[in-house]
Design a protein around this ligand. Sequence first.
Ligand code: UD1
Ligand code: CA
Length: 472
Amino acid sequence: LRTFFPSFIKHSTVKKLAAIILAAGKGTRMKSSLPKVLHEIADRPMVFYPAEVALNMKCQSLVMVIGHGGEQIRDRLKSVKKIQYVLQKDQSGSAHAVLMTEPAFKNFEGDVLILSGDVPLLQSEMIRQLLECHQTEQNALTIATLKLSDPTGYGRVVRDSEGRVLKIVEETDTTEEERKINEVNGGLYVAKLPLLFEALKKVKKNPIKKEYYFTDLPVILQEMGHRVGGFLVEDSTELLGVNTRWDLAVAERMMQQRIQKKWMLSGVTIISPERTTIHSEVEIGEEGVIYPGAELLGKTKIGRGCVIEQGVILKDMVLEDRVTVKAYSYLEGSMVESEAVIGPFARIRPESRVSKKARIGNFVELKKTVLGEGSKANHLSYLGDAVIGKDVNVGAGTITCNYDGDKKYQTHIEDRVFIGSDTQLVAPVRVGKESYVGAGTTITKNVPAGSLALSREEQKNILGYSKKKKKK
Ligand code: UD1
Ligand code: CA
């Protein structure tokens, strides 16, 4: 029948593809109560990365094998709707783990990608090449391999003269000769379904480890008359497995290089990439400059031409264009409009907004506060639950007393008000437009627009005081 159809029909039929992610292992070497695959890289659990690649490859279904901490994993990934979970109660080996997914692929015929939850640095392009190799060589199983100067701990890949993979030998089973082979199994595979399950049922328990090894498949498949291939991955870092917290830090640095390179190539200056952290969902506009020690975290979005100085932390912040954040400021969950200048040593807590061209100086804290266009709070202030209008000057040491020990209250400061230094505003209170508040005042009542408010006692000067004191 096939020869009857012109070839373009054959080519236009899309190959069916599915994916399995193995994430049942305990991750003993992490020494952690958190399941290994939930440890984070650039703010995402590491298992998120292989899942993302599988979804990028347009896999029809995505099945994740869970065991240790399974409930926690499901909960953390609940936003990724497409994942189907399969429980592997006892971790009796990688072959057993894959076999657990058989019921999920009842009516599926095609290729399946097998990924590991603890191999987070893989990229879609490499997987595309692996699939291409699998299809052109017409393999039943294709194994991603890598070359290592020190292959200790990995399964060694034994090939024949035509490049077929004859077998994989696990470290514990190697002969002295085999131990010298430096091409190793990367733990990432493509296989034909349903053939894979048929072969997996023939795997026997490894006598030493008492586990069912997935890596017994090359021998079994060849006995069944099928070809097994190996695809050597050029950039071996893509196959880095995370087993310890040291590996986790190495993977984080590599992910940082990728993320930061992307931003640098799009026109952002990052002065010292190895001393900068940028989470995966952050966005940065062109012509930005990021100084050493800055951390751009969570869902932070930065407009064009912003300057982020040394040691600044921005967490879930939105910055418009040409904002400057000076050294050692900590800004969180808030919005800063264009051309505003913040810091050094400023703190902005969630739900605040600093409007256009406004200025927040050193040791100023904002919480749930709006600071209007062109307004300034330059020194040593606490502004909480406040709505501050345009062109307001907030003097040094001004405090909004927003809390009575029980409830929080709002302070309103209208446009063009001048607040003298060391003022307390006992909320709820409103200072009307264009008013003045004298230095050292404690405001407890509303101030009508256009007035001067003063609450301090008049100054007395006692003349000749020091001379009299000395005589005594
Ligand atoms: C495995 C390979 C080895 C390869 C290495 C690459 C086997 C037998 N060996 O060794 O050839 O060089 O990966 O990193 O596969 N898992 C389960 N359930 C289980 C056992 C494992 O889900 O019962 C999962 C683990 O969570 C992990 C993956 O399977 O994601 C691999 O298992 P692991 O024990 O880490 O195998 P390695 O010793 O690393
Ligand atoms: Ca006072």
